[in-house]
Structures are given as C-alpha cells and as structure tokens.
Design a protein around this ligand. Structure first.
Ligand SMILES: Nc1ncnc2c1ncn2[C@@H]1O[C@H](COP(=O)(O)OP(=O)(O)OP(=O)(O)O)[C@@H](O)[C@H]1O
Length: 263
C-alpha cells in the first residue's frame, strides 16, 4: 500500500479546482476551495452536514456554476457548463439515490439511456447488452447470480456496485461517489470497498468519495480533505494517526460551539 501511495504521489492531477466560491443568497456555501485529485487516487471528502460537500460535487459535475474559481482537468483550465459536458470530460457521479430502475434487469440498468440496438430496425440488442454487462461486471470483480435479475431483488451493496459499475462503463475517468457506504452493513460495505480497491488498481480512474464515517474513509482513501463551513481546512495523506486527529478537530468544533463564520 505504501508503494502504491508513493507512485500516486508522483502522478499528475486528474482534476484540480482553484479558488472555487459559491453563495446562495446570503449563504456562503463554498469559500476559496482548492482541491486536487491525482490520477488513480481515492480522495475522501469529509465534513459535517451543511459544510458544502454536495455544492462542490455539483460544481464539478456541471450541475451548478461557481461564482469564482477555475477547474483544471488533466492540467487544462476547463469550464464545465452542464452535466452532459462533465460526462464528455469523463466525470461521472453516483448519487445516493443511485438512479437505477428497480423493475429493470441489471443489464438493462447498465445500459440505461444508451441502449444497444440492432440497426436498422432499432430493436434492443438484449444479447449484446447482456454479454457486455456480464463481461464488465466480471472484469471489475462484481459477482451476481445473473445479469437478468431485476435491481429490486438485489441487496443495497449490490445496487451500489451496479451503479458504480455503470458509471465506470461510461468511461469515467473522474468518479464522484456520494456516500457510497451509507446505511450498509459490514459485509456489504466490505464488498464496495473491494470494488473501489479493484478500480484503484486499474490506475486510470480517480475517485472523490463523500463520506461521514471517518474509519471507512481511512480504510479506503489515499488522502482526506475536510470541509468545514465552506472551506477545506485539512488535506492529508492517510496515515494511522489520522482518525484521532480528525475526531479531535470535530470534537473541538463542537466544544467551540460550532462558531460558523458569518456570511
Ligand atoms: N440551492 C440552495 N439554495 C440555498 N442554500 C443552499 C442551496 N444548496 C445548498 N445550500 C446551503 O449551502 C450550504 C452547503 O450545503 P451542502 O448541501 O453543499 O452541504 P453538505 O456538506 O453537502 O451537507 P450534507 O452532508 O447535509 O449533504 C448549506 O448551508 C446549505 O443550506
């Protein structure tokens, strides 16, 4: 693991944001955010409710525009004007609702809104979608009894895995995961952590993972950024002492009465 981290330490930034700010009326949701994710790295983005995590993710995915700041993708300053444009840069997001259709099979969900069709009739090419879904899931180590199973019959962990697999299949280079381990039991959580390890081993996907559980973040992430009241106050490589440090920061904040800066 240490060796991998050293290698990533030399890796170029897949995405870097500089000076990002965003207000909603009087609320300063983000103030001068600087953040970077190296190629092949998993960055944990942690912070209390209302710290600004979702706002930052929405800016990176082109869902909303920042008031100030620049986003660099592979070193190039880039304006991300829409979700569609973000996708064209290889930015994919898996939100907590997963955006899967429960009634449809695993393979239909894998190809949702980009179904393969037989030309020239335009009929669904179920055979090809089934085969490619099976291959892709197997390549990234996701085991399911059948890709024909409706999503509704899968566990929470399996659904999360399918949503991530779907994003990766769309050629994601920068994958944003909103609480991928939320509300999961230990076994399901471990499956997702294994999937993230498999993706990291590929080296071509960079991941930003929002999470509340510090222990899980430290288990999987290479680096952690802490957002507090719209500012990144902590940017550190993962090491064993970090859990205590993060807990101390949060305890201090509570002790100080959560003195949020005024807008
Ligand atoms: N569309 C909006 N209009 C007004 N205020 C907003 C809007 N979106 C976010 N905010 C405010 O911006 C701040 C940051 O919110 P954000 O949702 O980014 O935090 P978060 O860290 O994702 O929180 P959580 O962990 O609860 O999802 C909060 O004070 C929130 O109320």
């Amino acid at each position: 693991m240490q060796e991998q981290q050293t290698a990533r330490g030399d890796a170029p930034d897949a995405i870097r944001v500089e000076g990002i700010a965003k207000s909603f009326g009087p609320v300063k949701a983000l103030r001068n955010i600087n953040l970077r994710v190296r190629q092949g790295e998993i960055l944990g983005l942690v912070g209390d409710n209302g710290a600004g995590k979702s706002t930052l993710i929405k800016i990176i995915t082109g869902y909303i525009q920042p008031d100030a700041g620049t986003i660099y993708i592979n070193g190039e300053p880039t304006r991300i004007r829409s979700v569609v444009q973000a996708r064209s840069f290889g930015i994919e997001t898996v939100y907590q609702d997963l955006a899967l259709v429960n009634e449809l099979s695993v393979y239909h969900n894998m190809f949702l809104r980009r179904e393969l069709v037989h030309r020239p009739l335009g009929l669904l090419n179920n055979g090809a979608m089934r085969r490619l879904a099976r291959e892709h899931l197997s390549n990234i180590g996701i085991k399911l009894p059948s890709v024909d199973t409706p999503i509704a019959m899968l566990s929470g962990g399996q659904r999360q895995a399918i949503a991530i697999a779907r994003a990766v299949y769309s050629n994601a280079r920068i994958l944003l995961l909103d609480e991928p381990l939320a509300a999961m039991g230990a076994r399901e959580g471990a499956q997702i952590l294994n999937l993230l390890r498999t993706l990291r081993a590929r080296g071509d996907i960079s991941i930003i993972m929002i999470a509340h559980n510090y222990a899980q973040v430290l288990e999987i992430c290479d680096r952690v950024n802490l957002l507090q009241h719209g500012e990144i106050t902590f940017d550190r490589e993962v090491e064993p002492s970090l859990l205590e440090e993060l807990n101390n920061i949060v305890m201090n904040e509570y002790r100080l009465g959560s003195a949020r800066p005024q807008a």
